[in-house]
Ligand binder design. Structure first.
Ligand SMILES: Cc1cc2nc3c(=O)[nH]c(=O)nc-3n(C[C@H](O)[C@H](O)[C@H](O)COP(=O)(O)OP(=O)(O)OC[C@H]3O[C@@H](n4cnc5c(N)ncnc54)[C@H](O)[C@@H]3O)c2cc1C
Length: 422
């Protein structure tokens, strides 16, 4: 059996390892477009911070892991998938035949018109190569402009500050981390950043930018403010890598459409990770998640099913835990709530602590937290188990910080708390 995997990120690598375990004799090939040993994008903030070296970003510590497991790595971009002929076509003109194919091509940042400047001082922060270029221009005393204040922008702020840069962040709208927070939490994150010495400019966009003689970039904002930037990092969101599937017959919506077995509409083609639109148990919808735990879960289940198992994907939950310059926040499931649902809130603005819980009838369906750590497993557990809270709902409405007690009371009562902590 020839297993071919497009994408050398966590989804692709975990799928390959799962296949090898389940099917020791098959051939496995991973095709990855980046000239790197398979690595984790999640490790980039640590690299920028100087906490790890480049090899610390590798997904597997032993460089020999892929040889040992007889997993072939091809460095090329897949330009086309040809399902009738069970072939993928590479950008170097070669083609690779498959019996089972996994598409795990992840996502990529949106481009901006700053790309027209064609300067290495304008960067995304998505690939290892981006990280290298950022490190060239983000050093002590450098003026760095971060465009966007979403998950990735916030997660790299710490590293940029640790590198000694003067950091300015601009956001088009009124809110930082809008995709994972309500206005209350978002305002607290902004206040925290200002307290930590960051320059955060909301309702601000770049009107125009040009390269100066010294290579720096002169930026004029819509507000009349201006700055000379040694580096601009554009972090305004990402989109799934699916364009190369055009004309292949593989169904794409917001991401590649997959069923509960991670299979696309073509029976021997699977999809996993950031490029796939998979089942979210907290919303009951098919969603593109763009988080590593979902990519890992997808990879495992797809790998199993590619070897003939019939493993049903239980679904994932959109769960973002973010460290913004030391302030830990978390958003879980339907944190926005639902029409007709109920909510509970505990706000301690002075100490940067906040909990917002969202209920549907007497079940927890979503949550936002700020300044609380060590709660991830409990909240995930309460949402995932869909446990009926009964009178604990009223107790939580009175004091939302009791979620740990509610979890213990309810899950111990029905005896399924195993494996949720941590
Ligand atoms: C700075 C940063 C911090 C992050 N922090 C977190 C975090 O704290 N928590 C979290 O859950 N998530 C985090 N993420 C997101 C997380 O990294 C992704 O969700 C995860 O990498 C998705 O894994 P994947 O395997 O689906 O895709 P990717 O890791 O993106 O891998 C996709 C692979 O496909 C390859 N590829 C793409 N197109 C082609 C093609 N046409 N042909 C061949 N190969 C192709 C790519 O080169 C890559 O090897 C972070 C991301 C970044 C950038």
């Amino acid at each position: 059996m020839r297993h071919v995997i497009i994408g050398a990120g966590p989804a692709g690598v975990i799928a390959a390892e799962t296949i090898r375990k389940a099917d020791p004799a098959s051939s496995i090939t991973i095709i990855g477009a980046e000239k790197e040993t398979p690595y984790s994008r999640m490790a980039l903030p640590y690299l920028l911070h100087g906490r790890i070296e480049e090899k610390g970003t590798n997904l597997r510590t032993s460089e020999d892991q892929f040889n040992t497991l007889k997993i072939d790595l091809i460095n090329a971009r897949v330009d086309k998938v040809d399902p009738p002929n069970n072939k993928v076509i590479l950008d170097n003109g070669d083609s690779v035949d498959y019996d089972q194919l996994l598409i795990a091509t992840g996502s990529r940042p949106y481009t901006s018109n700053l790309d027209e400047l064609n300067s290495s001082r304008v960067q995304s922060c998505w690939t290892l190569e981006d990280g290298r270029k950022i490190m060239e221009h983000a050093n002590k005393g450098d003026d760095v402009l971060l465009v966007g204040a979403g998950f990735v922008a916030c997660i790299i702020m710490n590293a940029l500050i640790a590198r000694g840069t003067n950091l300015t962040t601009i956001v088009r709208g009124k809110q930082m981390v809008r995709s994972m927070m309500n206005p209350t939490a978002s305002a607290m994150v902004k206040q925290w950043c200002l307290k930590e010495g960051l320059n955060v400019l909301t309702e601000t966009i770049i009107d125009d930018a040009c390269i100066k003689d010294d290579g720096k970039i002169e930026v004029n904002f819509n507000t009349g403010d201006k700055m000379d930037a040694d580096l601009i990092i554009v972090a305004t969101g990402v989109q799934p890598n699916v364009e190369f599937l055009e004309g292949s017959g593989i169904e794409v919506d917001n991401g590649i459409v997959i069923d509960e077995y991670l299979r696309t509409n073509i029976p021997n083609i699977y999809a996993a990770g950031d490029c796939a639109q998979g089942f979210d148990f907290s919303t009951g919808e098919q969603t593109v998640h763009i988080i590593q735990p979902t990519a890992a879960d997808h990879g495992r289940v797809a790998g199993l099913n590619m070897t003939g198992h019939n493993s049903r994907f239980q679904g994932s939950i959109l769960m973002n835990v973010l460290d913004t310059v030391g302030l830990i926040s978390g958003s879980f499931g339907k944190w926005q709530g639902i029409e007709g649902g109920e909510s509970a809130e505990l706000l301690d603005e002075e100490n940067y602590k906040y909990i917002n819980l969202q209920f549907e009838e007497d079940r927890l369906i979503g949550a936002l937290t700020l300044g609380h750590t060590g709660h991830v497993g409990v909240i995930r557990g309460l949402i995932q188990s869909k446990v009926k809270l009964g009178d604990w709902k009223d107790k939580l409405k009175e004091d939302p910080s009791l979620f740990m007690h509610a979890y213990l009371a309810k899950t111990q009562a029905i005896g399924h708390n195993a494996g949720v902590f941590g």
